[in-house]
Design a protein around this ligand. Structure first.
Ligand SMILES: [Zn+2]
Length: 464
């Protein structure tokens, strides 16, 4: 490419960059954090630049792509109202099925875009121009850049690339390397467990639904911001506190609260997830009942959060919902090195408690276990998928199940994350109340030493 043409490309890219950057900044000023993030991920990030990335050799636009990445990071920081660490930004740059936000790096993905386009059109371009081009030189440099940022350092030239030369496949190799790097550079055991847990199947579903009130997928700003911070490993509180519900130490990240049984919020989350499954089973005309009592003769145990009188093979099924935190102290070390460990523990716990009793009365027992970051167990994925299929068969009379199933998974994910926010936000409220009561107690002791026992008894204050 001649230097004049190169300058034209750079100017064109510069204009595009400024336009996209301005839009990204404008988006970060919108009203709803969930809408802002959805627009940023799906419209204004890398997809906006694809034409430029596919047509410009990556080494000609390095400065501009760096600027673009930096604008994206600023836009995300504006949405979460907090500075984010390099590790959290690296996590956000991954696709949602790898625990990120789909804010892919333009610097890293430019070679993949250019190679896929230039390699597939080279012959046609040369035939149109009726002369050889110098695309090979640019392709060589792009392959070299790709091999250094992907999980395939052995790719030295085009012939070495042993997967289809499509951008999707090449970008996957970059994501794979980035994800491995994220794990290797985790600043703590917690961060590594977080990276593992947020990359489990269906963990990213809460980000992928349309933020619509009508569909039950919209989240309030406070809810969404808390979830976004938790997802990216940003502390929810400035320092550890004493949990006002159970009086034990609570960390600044919010891990204690998502598993705290000190008040009723954990049950609220469980019930929210259960109700999504129950209403889906109703839509599928499966005749479900909620919290079926007296299922096991001469026992008070209730293995069926949702009971289906006729399920596969004509047998009834008891669906038992369980939400488990992989970041709780007893599981975090295993979760950091064995993805899905918490799910296995949850399933084992449920099977030990209910499987035998259900078998004895001819009922299929199906544990629906979810991690607090949204990852689902295999049994849960199968049963939710099957209910989605049943909705299509019974209600829409079609077999095109993908959108119904997707929507069901999205609703389930939003219910779960809303349940988490309930625990975080009530914690903040309780903490504030507890601090206020502490202040009142100190004030009473200091200014009304004679009357303080009466005041303390009246207000229900305690000296702790
Ligand atoms: Zn607690």
């Amino acid at each position: 490419m001649q230097s004049r043409q190169r300058s034209k490309v750079a100017i064109k890219f510069g204009i595009k960059l400024v336009q996209s950057g301005a839009r990204a900044r404008a988006i970060a000023q919108l009203i709803s954090a969930q809408v802002e993030t959805t627009l940023l991920r799906s419209c204004l990030a890398l997809p906006k630049l694809l034409y430029v990335l596919r047509t410009c050799p990556p080494d000609h636009i390095t400065h501009a792509t760096r600027q673009f990445d930096s604008i994206m990071r600023e836009a995300l920081e504006s949405i979460v109202s907090s500075r984010i660490t390099d590790w959290s930004w690296q996590k956000a740059s991954l696709p949602s099925n790898r625990g990120g936000l789909n804010l892919r790096s333009a610097v890293l993905h430019a070679p993949a875009a250019f190679i896929s386009s230039a390699a597939s059109t080279k012959t046609l371009v040369e035939r149109i121009l009726n002369r050889p081009t110098n695309l090979d030189t640019y392709l060589e440099k792009a392959v070299s850049a790709l091999s250094s940022s992907s999980s395939h350092p052995e790719w030295l030239n085009l012939d070495d690339i042993d997967i289809p030369l499509r951008q999707r496949h090449l970008s996957c190799a970059i994501d794979e390397a980035m994800y491995q790097n994220l794990l290797d550079t985790s600043p703590s055991t917690r961060a590594r467990a977080l990276a593992n847990s947020s990359a489990l199947p269906h963990a990213g579903d809460w980000l992928n639904g349309v933020p619509s009130d009508v569909l039950g997928l919209h989240m309030q700003d406070k809810e969404f911001n808390s979830c976004l911070k938790y997802w990216l490993g940003i502390p929810l509180h400035s320092a550890p506190h004493l949990c006002p519900a159970c009086r034990t130490s609570a960390d600044e990240y919010g891990d204690h609260q998502v598993g705290c049984g000190g008040n009723g919020d954990r049950i609220t989350r469980h019930n929210a997830v259960r109700d999504v499954i129950f209403s889906a089973a109703q839509s599928a005309v499966l005749g479900p009942s909620r919290e079926a009592q007296g299922l096991i003769p001469e026992s008070l145990s209730r293995p069926a959060d949702v009971f289906l009188p006729t399920w596969q093979g004509g047998r009834p099924a008891a669906l038992d919902v369980h939400v488990i935190s992989p970041l709780q102290q007893t599981l975090i070390h295993e979760a950091a090195f064995s993805p899905g460990h918490a799910l296995e523990v949850g399933v084992r716990r449920k099977l030990t408690t209910h499987l035998q009793a259900c078998r004895s009365i001819g009922v299929n027992f199906i544990p629906i276990v979810a991690e607090t970051l949204g990852g689902l167990g295999e049994e849960a994925i199968n049963i939710i998928g099957a209910i989605g299929n049943a909705i299509d068969r019974r209600v829409t009379m079609t077999h095109s199940t993908s959108s119904t199933k997707k929507h069901l998974f999205h609703r389930l994910a939003i219910a779960l994350w809303r349940g988490n926010t309930c625990l975080w936000l009530h914690f903040n409220y309780s903490l504030l109340k507890s601090c206020f009561y502490q202040y009142l107690y100190n004030y009473a002791i200091k200014h009304f030493p004679c009357g303080s026992p009466i005041i303390i008894a009246h207000l229900g204050l305690s000296p702790t």
